[in-house]
Each structure stands twice: as C-alpha cells, then as structure tokens.
Design a protein around this ligand. Structure first.
Ligand SMILES: Cc1ncc(COP(=O)(O)O)c(C=O)c1O
Length: 409
C-alpha cells in the first residue's frame, strides 16, 4: 500500500480537498477509487515478518479487529478533517462514547457530565460507569459554575455534547475544558450535532472528540459507525488497547461506505444548513409555533456563545407547537415529505417527538428541566428542496389550527 499524492502535505489542504484525497492508501493495482478490503487477516511472507508485526517493529496489518486498510483510510481522513493526531473507528457512535469514557477510568474515579445528553450516553454515565465503581455527577451544562462545583479530587474526565439533543443548548467547550484542565481532568466532546465542519472542539481545548458517524458522516441512512479523535498520546494511553482487546471495531464495508461519504460531507451539510436556516425563519414566524430553537438565529438564548463557538447553525432545529402532544402528533402525522424517525443527519428530512421516543426513559421532572415538553419536535433537515419542506410543514401546521391552544396532553 502506498500514499498517493505524496508531494503535497494533506494537512495544508482545505477540508473539501482533504475529504476527497486525504488518507487514501493505494494498492499495487493503482485503483482510482479507494478499495474495500474484505479480509479478516493478513499473510506474512515469513515467520520473522509475523513476529515483527506482532511486536510492532514493522508496520503492516495484523488482524481486522484492530487494523484494516479500508478502516485505516477512514481513520486517516477523519483525523485530517478534525485536525487530530490520531483517530480510531468504532462500530457505532455509542461504541465510541463508551470507549472514550471507559478507556480512561478505573474503579474509584469520578466523571462529570452535562445533564443534557443523548439517552444512551446518559445510560453509560449514570448506570454503566457506577457498576464498575466509577462515580458520576450530572451538571447543568450551560452553567460553568456547576461544572466547577462538581469537581472532586478523583475527577478524571468530563463529557458533554453541544449543541445538545434535542433542545440545541450550547455548552461553552473552552470554558469547561479550562475548568477540567485546572483540576487535572480531561474533556470529551460529542460533536455529532455541530459536525466537524462547524465546530472544532480540539481547538477549543477538548482532549477527545467522538462522533456517531451514523449521522452526517454517512448522511444517507445506510450504515452505523463511530470515531474517536485525539492526540497520539491520548489514543495510546486510553483507547488503543481498549478497542484492540474488546473488539467494538468498524466493519470494512461500513468504513468504505463512510469513507466515500466523507467526499460529499461539506456540500451535503452546507446545503442542509442553508435549508435549516430558511425553515427556522419560517417556523419562528408561524402562529402555531410557540418557540423555535436554532443555534444560527439571533433569538437563540445563547446566540453569542453559538457564534463564538460554531461557524454555522447546523442541520438540526427544534420547535414547540401550541397544543402539546396532541398537536405535535397531529402535525407530524400530517407530513408527507418529512419522515417520522429518531435518526438525524440524513439526506431525508426526519422529525422526532423527543418526549415519547429518544428521551422517554427520562423521568418527567428530568425532561421538564431540560425543556423537553409535550409540544416539542426535533427536525433534522435533509437535502430536499427547502421550499417543498416549508410547504410540507405549512400544510401540517394548518392541521393543528383547529385544536384549542392548550389541548389536554
Ligand atoms: C448526540 C449523539 N451521540 C451519540 C449517538 C449514538 O450514535 P450511534 O447510534 O451511532 O450509536 C447519537 C445517536 O444515536 C447521538 O444523537
């Protein structure tokens, strides 16, 4: 395997170019498009080479649980995009989150995380870590004082997502990173909602970034995947052995799908974001909509922080319809283009009712504290014509007009 285009350092290229050419490995067949290596293992020319590969004194692939050329290309391309020294791919976003946290802690350690987390991430922090003797504290992510107050002498790491799912709150990544570093702890950021194009957590001070590649990185609703990005040292100290020995690896087929998807990530996400901006404007002026939450709008409660930390508002927005659950269900059921689904980042626009799906395992008071009410809907804006999406939303919102403003839930 060779590195094509050796003459130009891919780190000096802009993201759109990196995502077409970066990280490629070319075989002796000189293929133009990156190859899919469906192999579990590799043959060595001699016993001596096998010994050297296992010792790590000679580079090369050993076993696809931890090294495969197609997976390596995906990791190399992601590392370039993120500006990270190293990347490791995983079977799903949750495998990435779990490894990034579990790989760092020992029994007796303490972890701090924001309350507003994706439900499965909350499970890892609140239920899984404590089973292995790792205490956790959940804090109000938007309040730096509560991160500070949660620190203990044994705090090892912190975890947050920003913008949050589903209410699109913004957490001050640089602020939390400073607090954690001051206490000798690290910060892991789930950057799924912002995408690597609009928010750069490592530059803001985070030690590790995780993605569900299932979302915008695939972007076409096909495969699951995840990725962990950090310094060489962080990966060597906390991630490499954990993944290698426990096996939540990305399949070569999924890696190939994701690698090819990266080529179109900037154009897809830019088009989706332009539509999301238009749709947020439409929804915020609609009489059936009580509030619209979009990080790219000036009326977002944390518009200044969003502007400082993100270069665009992204592809997701949330809005609350008057009339609670009855109106939200009636509206979403009346949509003819936008699909009802808990997924996001897809080419197809998707709508979710967080209270009854992604966040249903939370207690009612937890949901209320996070602003997840019965009338709240999350919209992941796809690649359809934005005017068609606005017309679809308009006709569906009309269906809620006959309901009393505060219909019983
Ligand atoms: C913010 C966030 N983090 C992590 C995940 C988990 O990713 P996956 O479904 O690929 O395991 C999801 C979605 O499912 C998500 O929305």
């Amino acid at each position: 395997m060779t590195n094509p285009r050796k003459s130009r350092d891919p780190k000096t290229l802009r993201p759109a170019t990196q995502l077409i050419h970066g990280g490629s490995l070319r075989s002796e067949f000189e293929e133009a498009s990156e190859a899919l290596f469906l192999t579990q293992s590799y043959l060595y020319d001699s016993m001596e080479i096998a010994e050297a590969r296992f010792k790590g004194t000679e580079p090369g692939f050993v076993y696809s649980r931890f090294s495969n050329p197609t997976v390596a290309m995906f990791e190399r391309r992601m590392a370039l995009l993120e500006g990270a020294e190293a990347a490791r791919a995983t079977a799903s976003g949750m495998a990435a989150v779990t490894a990034a946290l579990m790989g760092q802690v020992w029994a007796g350690d303490h972890v701090v995380a924001a309350k507003a987390l994706f439900g499965s991430c909350l499970y890892v922090v609140e239920e899984l870590l404590p089973r292995f003797g790792v205490a956790s504290t959940l804090v109000e992510g938007t309040d730096l004082a509560s991160w500070r107050a949660a620190l203990r002498p044994n705090t090892k790491t912190a975890f947050l997502e920003s913008p949050t799912n589903p209410t699109l709150e913004i957490v001050d990544i640089a602020g939390v990173a400073d607090i954690m570093h001051g206490a000798g702890a690290t910060l892991v950021v789930d950057n799924v909602f912002a995408t690597p194009l609009f928010q750069r957590p490592l530059e803001l001070g985070a030690d590790c970034v995780v993605y569900s590649a299932t979302k915008h990185i695939d972007g076409q609703g096909r495969v699951l995947g995840g990725v962990i990005l950090a310094s060489e040292k962080f990966i060597a100290d906390h991630i490499h052995n954990f993944l290698r020995q426990t096996g939540p690896c990305l399949s070569p087929f999924n890696a190939w799908t994701l690698l090819k998807s990266l080529e179109t990530l900037p154009v897809r996400v830019a088009a989706q974001t332009r539509s999301a901006e238009r749709i947020a404007d439409f929804l915020s002026g609609h009489p059936a909509v009580v509030r619209t939450l979009y990080p790219g709008r000036l009326d977002h409660p944390q518009a200044d922080l969003a502007k400082r930390q993100m270069s665009a508002g992204g592809t997701l927005l949330a809005f609350e319809v008057a009339g609670g659950k009855t109106a939200a269900f009636r509206m979403a059921n009346a949509l003819s283009i936008i699909g009802v689904s808990n997924n996001l980042g897809d080419a197809k626009s998707l709508i979710t009712h967080p209270e009854t799906t992604t966040h249903q395992r939370l207690k009612p008071d937890q949901r209320a504290a996070l602003g997840i009410g019965p009338g709240l809907l999350r919209l992941s804006v796809g690649l359809e014509d934005s005017q068609d999406l606005i017309e679809d939303l308009a006709q569906a919102l009309d269906k809620t007009a006959s309901l009393p403003r505060h219909a019983a839930e």
